[in-house]
Design a protein around this ligand. Structure first.
Ligand SMILES: Cc1ncc(COP(=O)(O)O)c(C=O)c1O
Length: 376
């Protein structure tokens, strides 16, 4: 097993790190992207080398809209799409355009810890609000809205990172109503929307929005390759306008026109759909393997099997400190993410997050075996 060293991760040789929330390079679609690039280059369209249209090329947005409509089983209007350089870039630009240092934003407890870093870069005051097995608990959110006036709430409403849960349809409708009544935006990070293994989730949050309150963020990072740095926002056109008219795009043009051209061919040739089907099958199997091994070998760990996404979110009895366990686990060359990392309230100390997307089944089993020597 070679040493793994890329952005965010640096795993010593021989270790198994369940903390890595990325695809493994071994399954990234190099051959398919080579075929798509050749297809695009053979068309002789030099426009993909030019500064791009601010919203993203109409050609690419049309292809993307067709692809997403089929995946969501709901119509996607290409005029409601704005091309981004991935969700991280979109979050940064949302903060730049909608907030000023000192403003308040709401996040879920737990939440994706690297989004918390972006909010810190912008000097935002972060207040967390709890979730359960159906996503955001709206009663708790409403109580916080009496005291605070957030610019936006950042939510991961589908196959949550780290919690794996999905916001129910009923709560989606109510959340939008709360946003209307209290005047905040909903930033929905839907990076795992299409990685559904059992039942299809509700459509993205923007479908519940009649009053221009919701920005739905999508990405090719988890359905194609993170190195592409390509994603999209789906929202009412009035919400997209500030992004399209920003100084950043006025100077640099639309985001990633060259990569968009190649991904356009991935979609046109049906390669994106095939690869996504392959990922769903592969990750579903890995999830079942990890879940069965954890249940069998470490019965003290409690968790609900996720219906999609990348993660199993588990907990040990109250009072257990998963950071202490992590130090012990590391002595056995196995690692995971401790719950406290996802908490903006420095809590969730008895939680552990496992990613099942990175390793193949043999490594998943070996990792659980090692961990079972630490947790009994
Ligand atoms: C919830 C969540 N949002 C965003 C990202 C990053 O997305 P992107 O690569 O599109 O910036 C990740 C990646 O792990 C994630 O888990």
């Amino acid at each position: 097993m070679a040493k793994v060293q890329v952005a965010q991760i640096n795993v010593p040789e021989g270790w198994i790190d369940f903390g890595i929330g990325q695809p493994h390079v071994d399954i990234l679609p190099l051959e398919q992207l080579a075929e798509a690039a050749t297809h695009r280059f053979e068309q002789g369209d030099r426009n993909i080398l030019q500064y791009g249209m601010q919203q993203g090329s109409a050609n690419f947005r049309n292809s993307l809209a067709r692809f997403l409509s089929a995946q969501y089983e709901a119509a996607v209007d290409p005029d409601h799409l704005f091309i981004t350089a991935g969700i991280s870039q979109a979050l940064d630009q949302i903060c730049a355009l909608h907030t000023r240092p000192g403003d308040t934003v709401f996040v879920e407890e737990p939440s994706y810890f690297l989004a918390l870093r972006i909010f810190a870069d912008h000097g935002l005051k972060v207040i967390s609000t709890p979730i359960d097995e159906n996503g955001l608990i709206l009663g708790a959110l409403e109580e916080k809205l009496v005291k605070h006036k957030p610019v936006f709430i950042y939510t991961i409403p589908v196959f949550h990172n780290p919690a794996g849960v999905t916001l129910s349809t009923n709560r989606r409708e109510k959340l939008v109503r709360l946003a209307e009544n209290h005047g905040f935006l909903i930033i929905a990070d839907e990076v795992y929307q299409m990685l559904a293994y059992t039942a299809a989730p509700p459509p993205p949050m923007t479908y519940f929005d009649n009053s221009a309150r919701v920005l739905s963020l999508g990405s090719f990072s988890k359905i194609l390759a993170p190195g592409l740095r390509l994603g999209w926002m789906q929202a009412k056109p009035s919400l997209l306008e500030p992004f399209i008219a920003s100084g950043y795009l006025e100077s640099g043009g639309g985001l990633n026109p060259f990569v968009s051209g190649i991904v356009n061919s991935m979609i046109e040739l049906g390669l994106q759909e095939d690869y996504l089907n392959f990922l769903r099958k592969t990750y579903h199997k890995r999830m079942l393997t990890l879940s069965a091994a954890l249940r069998q070998q470490i019965p003290a760990l409690k968790f609900a099997e996720p219906h999609g996404g990348y993660f199993i979110w588990s907990f040990l009895p109250e009072g257990t400190d998963s950071q202490t366990l992590l130090a012990e686990a590391n002595k056995h060359q196995v690692s995971f993410q401790p719950g406290i990392k996802f908490s903006s309230a420095r809590g969730l100390c008895n939680y552990l997050r496992f990613c099942f997307a990175f390793y193949g089944e043999a490594d998943l089993l070996e990792g659980v075996e090692r961990l079972s020597r630490v947790i009994q």
